[in-house]
Design a protein around this ligand. Structure first.
Ligand SMILES: Cc1cc2nc3c(=O)[nH]c(=O)nc-3n(C[C@H](O)[C@H](O)[C@H](O)COP(=O)(O)OP(=O)(O)OC[C@H]3O[C@@H](n4cnc5c(N)ncnc54)[C@H](O)[C@@H]3O)c2cc1C
Length: 658
């Protein structure tokens, strides 16, 4: 047995030492003679505890891993981190504002416009030369345009789907705010855009099928909104490029300056580096940095963090997200400014954050350098997706996130997965695609499955078996393995076979600082931190485990809604009341305070056979009702009679094992 590995004996010993130490400390108080003993016992306890912790960590062969989790280097972009735990110089200037918004992405711009529209004097700080903002479509509930189009959304069903998608690991407040206020926020957004020069209009996304061409398996998707009917959008923005959002955000930056020149002061290349807190705990402003050094920006009504996620901070990705969510991924249009500064600024003043690992918004159809090459559209749409064993692993028509997650769960974080398609499915690649992709090593071909498998380096027998089985599903039009809808795809019809590379694509991280219904950031005791608000991807309390792409654009939807609500809360001075933490809830039995089981007690109790008090069925049975004991109403009584030497039901029972 290697040193430090987990054995039952040293685990028990370590726990016992810890208990002895606690008991000793309580018994001796602070008396001087006892202090030496106490120190010795503490040291022994510390050693015992650290031994136990090491035991948990070193469960693999030496050197493989310290923690029982796979690790991976994050290959993603590295942007400029602005958060500073310690300032590198003095703060010599000071300016006063009502509201300071940190980040001029979509959430920050909404917050700034709303606060300004309510009459506040707003400073917007943006670290980069332009604010980010990248999207195609978004969700909302009961916006005017949705009502006019007859799009009805059942609020309770949508809320349930949001909670369900987080496996209920979130509190209800933030999603409820989204559902209740997103329509109003969308109407405000349109009203703001109407002040611009370019005629941006929000309209329903009328395309079918409506989620990036893949069925979304949800009734909500048809309610999605976008900007595709805006006359000003250049052709190249396309419907599905993610670029329409960039133009919308540029327009909003312009509107902020032109429509609210007295209220909004927008500064680029000027990062916030720290939050400032008064003695009463209220966040009073930020320290920011520009070409002349640090300056203090006071915020009488509040600071709104809108710094986005941390997809451009590889170390943070490694620390806070799952390795499979980035290890074999490329990035789609990275923002570079999203380095988690707001997360760190919040944590530094005691904010609570979503539990890790945080979800990553990722999409299928990545190429090694970026997102979808549209010449491969038919191939991806009609083909199948296989791993290195040549086996399918997901319904290929699932929402983007679903397919990504499934690929990332394959061996080596989804490396060596391929779209397999044939000549009939390859339309679109004629325009130079074949040659270009082959020369890059992204595309292989073969006249047979064996030839193709050999070319791209996957298992030939596996691929042949998969193709045969998949072909058989078309007889009854039923995919018996993954329930793909075969009516909207086509079978392989012979001819040449192709394999095109496949990897996931990182768009954003979506876990952040916990917020309440008013978008106040909450602290470790679940109390709102006065003067601190968050919106968009720096905020949390909305997703857990996964970004649910089958629900329309909740990422932009919550960014605009929470930007709007955060601004309103700051200007109105709304602050929620935290929960009563203790109330009359009974204290739980504190196992940790009980004595640890000694080796001697364990040895003695083993003689008791099935009535061993440490056996699972009996443990704590004094507090159980007989009904809880496996339906055997007599169990508890039997046990105690047995201890007294009496007959038990068990004595009369038959045991299959014997
Ligand atoms: C290609 C692509 C397509 C997408 N499509 C969609 C879509 O269709 N629908 C959807 O819902 N979502 C979509 N998303 C996700 C969406 O872009 C984000 O979730 C959204 O932009 C988050 O908004 P935000 O305001 O929180 O942050 P961001 O828009 O990321 O803005 C944060 C800003 O804060 C700035 N900043 C950071 N730190 C500091 C600091 N210390 N001081 C000052 N400024 C700072 C950053 O530079 C940045 O400008 C897409 C993402 C990508 C990459």
């Amino acid at each position: 047995m290697k040193q430090g590995s987990l054995t039952r004996r040293n685990f028990v010993t370590a726990a016992a030492l810890g208990a002895v130490a606690m008991g000793a400390a309580a018994a001796t108080g602070c008396s001087a003679p006892a202090a030496k003993d106490e120190a010795a016992t503490d040291a022994a306890a510390a050693e015992g505890e650290s031994m136990a912790a090491a035991d948990y960590q070193n469960i693999y062969a030496d050197g493989a891993n310290l923690m029982p989790a796979r690790k991976a280097k994050c290959p993603g972009p590295r942007g400029p981190v602005a958060f500073e735990a310690e300032l590198q110089g003095s703060v010599d200037r000071e300016e006063d504002f009502d509201v300071v918004v940190v980040g001029a992405g979509i959430g920050g711009l909404m917050a700034a416009l709303k606060a300004a529209d309510m009459g506040a004097k707003v400073l917007v700080l943006e670290k980069m030369t332009r604010g980010r903002g990248c999207f195609e479509c978004f969700g909302a509930v009961d916006a005017k345009i949705q009502k006019e189009a007859g799009l009805e959304i059942d609020r309770a069903v949508l809320l349930d789907e949001i909670y369900r998608s987080a496996y209920y690991r979130i509190r209800p407040e933030a999603p409820r705010t989204y559902v209740e206020r997103s329509g109003e926020a969308t109407d405000f957004w349109q009203a703001m855009l109407d002040k611009g020069a370019n005629g941006f209009i929000i309209t329903p996304v009328a395309e079918a099928p409506a989620t990036n061409g893949m069925p979304a398996m949800t009734q909500f998707i048809p309610s999605e909104l976008g900007f595709y009917d805006s006359p000003c959008l250049p052709e190249s923005a396309g419907v599905r490029s993610g670029l329409s959002g960039i133009y919308v955000c540029l327009e909003m930056q312009d509107i902020a300056k032109s429509a609210y020149p007295e209220n909004i002061d927008m500064r680029f290349s000027t990062p916030a580096v720290q939050l400032e807190r008064g003695e009463d705990g209220r966040v009073t402003g930020v320290v920011a940095r520009d070409a002349d050094g640090y300056f203090r920006a006071n915020a009488a009504q509040g600071v709104i963090l809108a710094t986005g996620g941390y997809d451009a901070n590889p170390e943070m990705m490694e620390a806070w997200t799952r390795p499979e969510d980035y290890a074999y991924s490329s990035w789609w249009n990275p923002g570079w400014g999203t380095t988690g500064d707001g997360h760190m600024m919040g944590l530094a003043v005691g904010a609570q954050m979503d539990p890790i690992p945080h979800p990553v918004m990722n999409f299928r159809w990545g190429t090694p350098t970026s997102f979808a090459d549209f010449r491969t559209w038919n191939a991806v749409y009609f083909g199948i997706l296989v791993n290195g064993r040549g086996q399918r692993f997901v319904r290929e028509d699932g929402p983007f996130q679903v397919v990504s997650n499934a690929q990332n769960a394959q061996p080596a974080f989804g490396k060596n997965c391929w779209y397999i398609f044939d000549e009939a499915m390859s339309e679109g690649l004629e325009d130079g695609g074949f040659e270009e992709f082959k020369s890059k090593g992204w595309l292989y071909e073969g006249n047979t499955a064996a030839e193709l498998a050999e070319a791209c380096g996957i298992d030939a027998e596996g691929l042949q078996a998969t193709l045969d089985r998949y072909a058989g599903f078309f007889k009854n039009m039923r995919d018996e393995d993954f329930d793909r809808d075969l009516n909207i795809t086509m079978p392989f019809t012979g001819g040449k076979l192709y394999a095109f590379t496949s990897n996931s694509n990182v768009l954003a991280t979506v876990g952040g600082l916990c917020i309440d219904a008013n978008c106040s950031v909450i602290d470790m005791d679940d109390e709102p931190i006065p003067g601190l608000f968050a919106c968009g991807n720096v905020s949390g309390s909305f997703f857990a485990g996964n970004y649910p792409r089958h629900i329309p654009g909740t990422s932009i939807g919550r960014a605009i809604t929470f930007g709007y609500v955060a601004a309103e809360s700051a200007v109105n001075g709304t602050i929620g009341v935290g929960p009563k933490l203790d109330g009359n809830a009974p204290a739980l039995f504190a196992y940790a305070e009980g004595g640890a089981v000694s080796d001697e007690a364990l040895a003695n109790s083993e003689d008791l056979g099935m009535w061993n008090p440490y056996a699972p069925i009996h443990g704590s049975s004094l507090d159980y009702t007989p009904e809880q004991l496996g339906g055997n109403a007599m169990a508890c009584e039997n046990c105690h009679e047995y201890r007294a030497g009496g007959e038990t039901v068990a004595d009369g029972m038959k045991w299959l094992a014997e």
